[in-house]
Design a protein. Structure first.
Length: 173
């Protein structure tokens, strides 16, 4: 979210305030979730979630006042981008705040980006896979290695077990 606001040199203070407030709210909510997890809680209290949602709505409303919708396509490209981001944050509130209501959801999507980075890099280097079967095999191996890494298992040992016909499987919960 910061990248959309901080990247443009013509951003005025009026446009930064709602974005700064949103960043602060999301960071506070993340800290509340981490504190609750450390205490062994499985969710935030209903009153805490309600107050987060109310503040979120107030920040969206303030953002709409400072960044009204474009009256036409004549507006500067940046201003349309800021407005479009505001619309996405408004229409996808549940997804943005999912980390606060469901502790299984991550605050960021860094892990998902890391999971696809090697696939995209392989595509960039060779252009594509020669066969669909080759692409499926590559993805299966990458998925297996990624799962080993996420479960803090020895990757080389896991691959050795796989080639010995005794694949490592994560514990079912």
């Amino acid at each position: 979210m910061r990248a959309g606001v901080d990247d443009h040199p013509s951003v005025g203070l009026r446009q930064l305030l709602p974005a700064g407030d949103m960043v602060a709210l999301l960071c506070e909510a993340k800290d509340m979730v981490e504190t609750a997890k450390a205490k062994g809680a499985t969710s935030l209290s209903d009153s805490t979630l309600h107050s987060i949602r109310i503040r979120y709505g107030q920040i969206i409303a303030a953002g709409r006042l400072t960044n009204p919708g474009p009256p036409s396509l004549e507006r500067h490209c940046y201003e349309r981008k800021a407005y479009n981001l505001l619309v996405r944050l408004d229409t996808q509130r549940a997804d943005v705040l999912r980390f606060a209501s469901d502790f299984r959801a991550s605050f960021d999507n860094n892990q998902a980006e890391r999971d696809i980075r090697m696939v995209k890099q392989q595509q960039k280097i060779s252009g594509s896979w020669r066969t669909l079967a080759g692409a499926r095999t590559y993805c299966a191996i990458r998925g297996y290695v990624s799962t080993l890494r996420k479960q803090n298992e020895d990757i080389l040992g896991g691959l050795r077990l796989l080639f010995d016909g005794k694949p490592w499987l994560p514990i079912q919960t």
